[in-house]
Design a protein around this ligand. Structure first.
Ligand code: AQP
Length: 334
């Protein structure tokens, strides 16, 4: 069976962007049953920028709780944290030697996160996409569901696989397809419709956290930046209106309707009328998840057991692929 891999960083709490752009779609893929599904809390990626150790542990467990609360079933999907399967880091080293400096320098995430003082960024942040390629290719995953922001990294994953296969004269690593689908592949900040919603944005009002309560969700949506016009009745009318488009996309993502279907219903309404509708929908979809997350977080030992089991399942797939890679590369004792 073809295999799906995707990951989320435990670099803070989950946001609505992570949920709609990634997690909700992971659940759809698990339920479709057409692929073997492997989902990972990528803790090694998280430490490319400073993480307080105690907070990292908590965020990893909370992310695991989030996966389960959102509908990932550890009996149907492999669910684990990256560092518990050391094959990821081992393959990443090989890929560090395949990928080129110039490829990394072109990555917009590197440019955004390293900022002007890039000499002071970690070497790990620079090499991030090589580790991501390893995460995917250590499972020979063919499909990777992600948000729009990860598209460039997935192209690099394809470049790594192509160059490895070419350099060693093999047809070993698959050329992965990104799966970027749905109405909410790029959820934007509530304060700036041109910036993506992000867990590391210093402004809490810019995002909905999966752990926000109903009042907080309603308040953030009420205060979300908008323009003064009424909603259009066709998607075309959202083109020059990033904030309006964002809220409609979120509505579509949460309801499972298309943007056109949403606009057929709400076109002509003012935001004063649409925002409460969006709040009600968001609360009804997100509250059960946050309640379940909180319940699971009271059973840390169960979370740890699930993660340990997932890691052993993951390693069963990863170990032979790493062994074969070492053989191809010429490592004695592989
Ligand atoms: N705003 C978003 N809209 C749609 N999808 C999103 N994703 C993230 N933000 C949005 C998708 O979520 C998955 C996991 O992301 P990640 O945690 O690995 O890293 P990220 O993309 O860097 O997410 P954040 O929230 O912005 O984290 P920080 O602030 O730590 O960098 C990916 O599939 C991503 O596309």
């Amino acid at each position: 069976t073809p295999r799906v891999f995707s990951g989320i960083q435990p670099s803070g709490g989950l946001t609505l962007g992570n949920y709609l752009g990634a997690m909700k779609r992971f659940v759809d893929m698990q339920e479709a049953g057409t692929h073997e599904t492997v989902f990972c809390m990528v803790d090694l990626h998280a430490i490319t920028v400073w993480q307080d150790p105690a907070k990292l542990q908590r965020a990893t467990r909370e992310l695991c709780a989030g996966f389960i609360a959102a509908g990932i079933d550890p009996k149907k999907s492999i669910l684990f944290n990256q560092s518990a399967a050391p094959e990821h880091a081992q393959l990443a080293w090989i890929f560090n030697c395949v990928a080129r400096m110039g490829w990394m320098q072109r990555m917009t995430q590197w440019k955004d996160k390293a900022g002007k003082n890039s000499q002071n960024a970690s070497l790990g942040l620079f090499a991030y996409p090589a580790l991501m390629a390893a995460d995917i290719l250590i499972y020979h995953a063919t499909h990777v569901p992600v948000g729009e922001d990860q598209k460039q990294h997935l192209e690099l994953t394809r470049d790594v696989a192509t160059k490895f296969n070419h350099d060693y004269g093999v047809d070993f690593f698959p050329i992965t397809e990104p799966v970027i689908e749905g109405a909410a592949t790029r959820v934007m900040s509530f304060r700036d419709g041109t910036k993506k919603m992000s867990k590391s944005d210093p402004s809490d009002a810019s995002r909905i956290n999966m752990t926000d309560d109903a009042d907080t969700i309603a308040k953030k949506i009420r205060k979300a930046k908008t323009d003064p016009e009424a909603l259009p009745s066709e998607a075309k009318g959202l083109e020059e209106r990033p904030e309006a488009r964002n809220l409609v996309n979120i509505y579509a993502g949460l309801s499972g309707l298309t943007v056109e279907q949403v606009l057929a219903d709400v076109g002509g309404k003012q935001f004063s009328e649409f925002k409460p509708m969006l709040s009600d929908l968001a609360v009804s979809k997100l509250s059960p998840i946050s309640t379940e997350m909180a319940r699971l977080m009271e059973h840390q030992d169960e979370i740890d057991k699930i993660l340990a089991h997932g890691a052993s399942q993951a390693r069963e797939i990863a170990a032979p692929i790493l062994k074969k890679t070492y053989e191809i590369v010429g490592m004695v004792g592989a």
